[in-house]
Design a protein around this ligand. Structure first.
Ligand SMILES: NC(=O)c1ccc[n+]([C@@H]2O[C@H](COP(=O)([O-])OP(=O)(O)OC[C@H]3O[C@@H](n4cnc5c(N)ncnc54)[C@H](O)[C@@H]3O)[C@@H](O)[C@H]2O)c1
Length: 293
């Protein structure tokens, strides 16, 4: 079956990346972005499958995790649709929407892109997960096939898919804070953190991501997603009586780090203890000789 694809939030980071993917494969598209003046409500209502990529901020004044943009966007869809939520939403949200708007079939497809490499990440994902409800299970495979192929693909219940997105972002935040604590120790002891980081990351169980200690000139994690998603997960834990003591500490340390408008990458390099270069040189020669070059 061939579907016409629509996007709500088509000019945002996530919505824009989906849009460019479908444009690239020359699929007909129906767009609407409320605040960026793209497409229209009428246009997006012509689609069969609508991706929802609107914001889900954390707003203390609105009670924390704010689902209102997603709810408002869904309410714009008149006829029954397959709705694929790309926005990061708390576990249980897709099932709740399924109950509230039974005329639609809801899926949750977590987006794992990083803003700085959005196009690449969207078009060449390392995994493609499709979260279903009881009502959308039968269409999950067809919708999955609309998306870029990934080396790992799995159709799973929506609740699990929603949790995986938070698992990842909370882990990245924790990793950044851990790296910062190692960095602080390195600074105190005159150890070159860059060398430690590079070599520790070569262990594939560690990996190179989220080991930079700076974000936008400040220490710790920042950006559009990690702070709000960590906050939302802590709030969910409180609500469910499953307290995230670890994440609370991560957040507390991060808040402290963010106040430290200190180091730049250049300064990081100057923590070098001056012994590195000669030792490395000898080591290089040793390896080269062993390899018979
Ligand atoms: N930016 C990322 O790196 C990233 C990565 C993965 C997941 N996410 C998640 O994806 C979601 C969107 O994030 P983003 O960074 O693309 O946000 P964004 O602010 O860049 O884009 C959201 C777009 O939605 C539009 N919009 C808001 N309400 C609308 C409505 N009712 N109808 C139509 N359009 C509407 C806005 O005008 C905006 O252009 C969030 O839940 C976020 O957590 C973001």
């Amino acid at each position: 079956m061939s579907y016409t694809v629509g996007i709500l939030g088509s000019s945002g980071y996530v919505g824009g990346s989906i849009k460019r993917y479908f444009q690239k494969i020359k699929a007909p598209l129906k767009l609407y972005d409320k605040y960026k003046n793209e497409g229209s409500v009428e246009e997006v209502n012509q689609a069969d499958v609508v991706f929802v990529a609107v914001p889900t901020p954390y707003d203390e004044e609105k009670g924390g995790f704010d689902l209102s943009f997603v709810t408002d966007a869904i309410k714009l869809l008149v006829e029954p649709k397959i709705i694929v939520i790309k926005s990061t939403v708390l576990p249980g949200t897709t099932n709740d929407f399924q109950k509230e708007f039974p005329q639609h079939k809801f899926l949750f497809n977590p987006e794992f892109l990083t803003q700085s490499t959005a196009e690449q990440d969207m078009q060449f994902p390392d995994r493609q997960l499709m979260g279903y409800t009881d009502e959308s299970y039968t269409v999950a495979g067809q919708v999955l096939r609309l998306l870029p192929l990934a080396p790992f693909e799995k159709i799973i219940p929506a609740k699990e898919a929603e949790t995986i997105k938070y698992f990842n972002n909370a882990w990245f935040a924790t990793k950044v804070v851990y790296a910062n604590q190692i960095f602080s120790l390195c600074e105190k002891m005159g150890i070159n953190y860059e060398t430690v980081r590079e070599c520790a990351a070569m262990d594939k169980r560690v990996g190179p991501s989220h080991l930079d200690v700076l974000h936008g000139g400040y220490r710790g994690y920042g950006g559009a997603c990690l702070p709000k998603d960590v906050r939302a997960l802590i709030q969910l834990g409180e609500r469910e009586g499953s307290s995230f003591d670890l994440l609370k500490k991560v957040e507390e340390i991060n808040n402290h780090l963010q106040k430290m408008e200190t180091t730049t990458q250049k300064e990081v390099v100057t923590t070098d203890n001056n012994h590195t270069a000669p030792e490395l040189k000898e080591f290089d020669i040793h390896i080269t000789q062993n390899r018979g070059k």
